[in-house]
Design a protein around this ligand. Structure first.
Ligand SMILES: [Zn+2]
Ligand SMILES: [Zn+2]
Length: 345
């Protein structure tokens, strides 16, 4: 099969590799779509926990084309599936404590195991979630980022009528804004560079207010946000992973409010916050790492039709255009970029 394969950080090529054979408990899925996100950019740089050689791609949907002998009969050839890319060992310190998300042997397809930027992918059957008949693959491929967004909302513990401020209007910002609305926020404000992204956030009816911002001068949005919410927002979510934006974000957290560090920053990034302000205002700073068990809920939300998807996918590339897809994401062009393996590659 054809696959994008890294030899080391920044060095990848479209290559021919052996088709995956299913182990006894595996299915082989023909990849219909593979979403690309900032995690892939960090993997490209050798950050996160990327392990080379590697076939990237962790947001995968497709059709079961082969299965091992131990795979339950209910999972049939031809079934359309979402892939839950993450699995855990079950026996390390964190797994034994019931915190498998922090598994010391965290195994994630597309990060430290062969992923979906390929014609086929091998997946343990228990890591597949059926796609509702009425969803297209391009709708279903939102499942992985949506599952991560649901995990993020779980960390925040939104209360009815909370005011929510979200920095960034890429796929994560768009999805978190919708989840905040569905969770009962009284007001959702989305701040992002790029008017097209803000227009989409407004048109999907998730954002009540949208404001432009620049990465170089995030402080320019301060007066508008202060006027909008003089006491700040109960929940502030950063999806940008940009240190300058995070520094700004903490200023807009309501007393006893929560700041969710959602976007993935680089290893070397640092922020300067006033510890006095965090003490005095009793600010809760929360992290949100990936997900391990929210894919089923993402599938249910997508199947419900409650998540608005039109316009979310803006760019489609073949396997032979993986570099262009990465570049698109790195430069924040469009909203969601996907690889369609059987298109050009
Ligand atoms: Zn992703
Ligand atoms: Zn473990």
């Amino acid at each position: 099969m054809k696959a994008v394969q890294y030899d080391s950080a920044r060095n990848f090529d479209l290559v021919d590799v052996a088709d995956p054979d299913p182990g006894a408990e595996d299915v082989v899925i023909e990849v219909a779509a593979n979403g690309v996100c900032h995690t892939d950019v960090n993997v490209h740089e050798g950050e996160f926990f990327a392990t080379f050689p590697l076939i990237p791609g962790h947001e995968v949907v497709g059709t079961v084309v082969d299965k091992g002998r131990e795979v339950p009969r209910g999972i049939a050839i031809g079934a359309r599936m979402m892939v839950n890319n993450a699995s855990t060992c079950g026996h390390c310190y964190y797994c034994r404590r019931g915190q498998p998300l922090f598994c010391e042997n965290f195994y994630s397809l597309g990060i430290n195991g062969p992923g979906g930027a390929a014609e086929f992918i091998r997946v343990h059957y228990a890591k597949t979630v059926p796609i509702a008949d009425w969803l297209t693959f391009e709708q279903a491929v939102i499942a992985e980022p949506l599952a991560c967004a649901i995990h993020g909302m779980d960390q925040v513990g939104l209360r009815l009528a909370d005011r929510v401020l979200i920095f960034g209007a890429g796929p994560s910002g768009q999805l978190l804004a919708q989840l905040a609305k569905w969770s009962g926020a009284s007001q959702v404000v989305v701040v992002a560079p790029g008017s097209a992204k803000l227009d989409l956030a407004a048109s999907l009816k998730a954002a009540d207010v949208t404001l432009p911002i620049t990465r170089d001068h995030p402080e320019e949005v301060r007066p508008a946000l202060t006027e909008l919410a003089p006491q700040g927002f109960s929940v502030v979510i950063d999806t940008t992973g940009a240190a300058g934006v995070l520094e700004q974000a903490v200023e807009h957290v309501h007393i006893d409010g929560r700041l969710l560090v959602y976007g993935m920053a680089r290893f070397r990034d640092r922020v300067a916050w006033s510890p006095y302000d965090i003490f005095r205002h009793q600010i809760h700073i929360l992290g949100s790492f990936a997900q391990i068990d929210t894919m089923e809920r993402a599938a249910a939300l997508l199947a419900s039709g409650k998540i608005d998807l039109p316009g979310l996918i803006t760019h489609r590339f073949g396997l032979d255009e993986y570099g262009r897809a990465l570049d698109n994401v790195a430069r924040g062009i469009g909203i969601k970029t996907v690889i369609i393996p059987h298109r050009g590659g």
